[in-house]
Design a protein around this ligand. Structure first.
Ligand SMILES: [Zn+2]
Length: 379
């Protein structure tokens, strides 16, 4: 680490305290507020089509508005806030501050991708916060150009060197700060990202580039499950035609809305289990049911087990990592992700009895059933 980085880290740690605030601490346990963040705006156009006629900032605003209308119509009990509702410049840091101040349960940032002339790429991608990986002395990320470009909008801000404490979006050394994060909301973020990927499917944008974890500033600074969606490539003729049409933009907003519905349903049902247990802990262990359980035959070892998923990440974590607070996790591999599950037991009732306690430590955790080496959420 060079002297600059060391000084930078010290300053940074002092200026920005830990941001993880469990939503459950705020009273309402449901998914009650969503913040939609249309990328760019005002003097920041974002990326621009090859013919210079279409700007990212206008596409993100239109999709954001449509999504907001759909959620407001479908869920009157959910407060929907937007970081901007018109063509204005909003600082990157303030987008996250806005979501935190509103105590949002979910943050959805909408963007459009692009590539240099002479290169081709198409499709949508969904991003959660992830640590930068180092290869030798360089930051390694397959999405590095994208991350640099989206973070570089801070350079349009008047006092960005003060606000961002010297963070330089184009300098790989600067990204070392993302290695300091404690990402308490990673499980929730990845779960919603997977919901979005499933809902986006193959239309109106045809190609999926998948879910990945990358060091986006705006995701780092939010204190709730957060995703950034690159809905398509402004430099690809097919993607652009879709994003230029009303039906195309509405279809994209509808997909994100369906993902929101899936996520909200799961979020609210897991919160209900938690609150019921917090309110009536004594009803959890009636004597009669316990003796019934004791008399039951031991379940076959290959049968399903239940547990509490606390983290899904591409990283390999040691089971003694402080993140797990002394609990020994079971790891279930799913593609590139490792899912870390605590307190596994063949009895769902036994697992449920500990859920309230775990939820206090891991606000995004939820009950899962593990069978054939895969997991499904339990309602
Ligand atoms: Zn963007």
């Amino acid at each position: 680490m060079n002297p600059f980085s060391r000084a930078f880290l010290l300053v940074f740690a002092a200026v920005f305290p830990a941001i993880a605030v469990p939503a459950s601490a705020q009273g309402d346990l449901r998914l009650h507020t969503v913040v939609i963040d249309p990328g760019h705006g005002g003097k920041d156009s974002g990326c621009v089509s090859r013919d210079r006629k279409t700007y990212e900032k206008n596409i993100t605003l239109d999709i954001g508005r449509r999504l907001a209308q759909k959620i407001a119509a479908g869920y009157p009990d959910v407060t929907v806030k937007m970081t901007r509702t018109d063509d204005r410049f909003v600082e990157l840091e303030n987008r996250a501050v806005f979501a935190n101040k509103n105590n949002a349960s979910l943050f959805i940032s909408i963007h459009v991708n692009s590539v240099e002339k002479g290169t081709t790429a198409n499709g949508y991608s969904i991003h959660c916060l992830g640590q930068s990986r180092k290869k030798g002395n360089d930051l390694y990320s397959k999405n590095l150009d994208l991350v640099k470009r989206e973070n570089a909008v801070i350079q349009l801000e008047d006092n960005y060197q003060t606000t961002y404490q010297g963070f330089d979006p184009s300098d790989p050394q600067s990204y070392i700060i993302f290695n300091l994060m404690q990402n308490a909301h990673l499980t929730g973020s990845l779960t919603f990202a997977e919901d979005v990927a499933a809902a986006m499917g193959s239309k109106p944008i045809r190609h999926s580039r998948g879910v990945s974890q990358d060091p986006f500033w705006v995701l780092w600074r939010t204190a709730m499950p957060s995703v950034l969606i690159e809905v398509g490539f402004i430099t690809n003729p097919d993607d652009l035609a879709t994003m230029r049409s009303d039906e195309g933009r509405d279809g994209i907003a509808e997909n994100i809305f369906r993902a929101f519905s899936t996520f909200k349903q799961r979020y609210d049902s897991s919160m209900q289990v938690t609150s019921a247990q917090q309110e009536e802990p004594k009803k959890e262990e009636p004597l009669k049911e316990n003796s019934q359980e004791a008399a039951a035959p031991a379940p076959a070892p290959e049968g399903p087990v239940y547990g509490i998923q606390v983290l899904a990440t591409g990283k390999n974590m040691s089971d003694t990592d402080p993140f797990f607070h002394g609990y020994k996790p079971l790891v279930v591999k799913s593609g590139k992700l490792n899912k870390y599950i605590l307190l596994t037991d063949p009895s769902l009732k036994t697992v449920k009895a500990s859920f309230g306690k775990i939820k206090h430590i891991f606000p995004d955790s939820y009950l899962v059933k593990i069978e054939d080496n895969s997991t499904v959420p339990v309602r």
